[in-house]
Design a protein. Structure first.
Ligand code: DX5
Ligand code: ZN
Length: 218
């Protein structure tokens, strides 16, 4: 069964027209939008906090998939959940291996769907038990911090590894996802495609979404 979804990353949208951008996603047939939270510490960039997630929540009924690129994500996860986040993904590198089961329990206790993200150079094989505990996993296909970077092909074997280990788990990829790389990552087993600059710069974003979600890339 093909269950590929394309998730526009709002990092590349026009924030002066946020409600319209969300309505555009809805009209394009999008089900889930991706929200990038950067703390200026875990990554060298700053974006947005719970206040803006709450504004998004008021503007749309789309699923809000919130990606916390933060050194202390658990200090803020409940605030993002209360603001309206449906899913919250935290970085394995931020949590660290010690006490990971309890930390992921704490994330789940917010009431959000839970996700664990991995930077391109993190060894996911060390984390399979933790991954088994969450609702979705995300492989960064760029070093996080900025939109519009080039896809890192060395992550592809990790997608295949995780799909082999977790046949049913939603596997997200994030960074450099576009018309060129979508066929590769879907072939590897990814089924949640976070797409920022390529989506918002496309002349036909609805067409891009439909094509990506078709799974047919001839
Ligand atoms: C990068 C963010 C991504 C970003 C992707 O740190 O996590 O979600 O918006 O942007 P593109 O698709 O332009 O690489
Ligand atoms: Zn992201």
């Amino acid at each position: 069964m093909n269950d590929v979804l394309l998730l526009p990353s709002l990092l590349s949208c026009d924030f002066s027209r946020l409600a319209e951008e969300l309505a555009g996603c809805k009209a394009a047939g999008v089900q889930v939008v991706h929200v990038d939270v950067m703390d200026g510490h875990f990554v060298p960039n700053l974006t947005l906090g719970p206040l803006l997630v709450a504004a998004m929540r008021r503007a749309t009924d789309l699923v809000l998939d919130v990606h916390l690129m933060m050194t202390q994500p658990l200090d803020y996860a409940q605030a993002f959940r209360d603001a309206g986040a449906d899913a919250i993904t935290v970085h394995a590198e931020a949590l660290g291996p010690r006490g990971i089961t309890e930390k992921l329990d704490q994330l789940r206790a917010t009431g959000a769907r839970t996700g664990l993200a991995f930077n391109p150079d993190t060894d996911v094989e060390m984390w399979v038990e933790a991954i088994a505990q969450v609702d979705q996993v995300m492989l960064m296909t760029v070093y996080p911090g900025f939109g519009g970077q080039a896809f890192i092909p060395a992550v592809r074997p990790r997608i295949r590894f995780l799909r082999g280990r977790f046949p049913e788990l939603p596997i997200q990829v994030d960074g450099g996802i576009d018309r060129r790389t979508i066929p590769m990552v879907v072939e590897d087993g990814a089924n949640r495609l976070v797409c920022g600059s390529a989506y918002f710069n496309d002349a036909d974003p609805a067409g891009l979404r439909a094509w990506a979600e078709s799974g047919q890339y001839v």
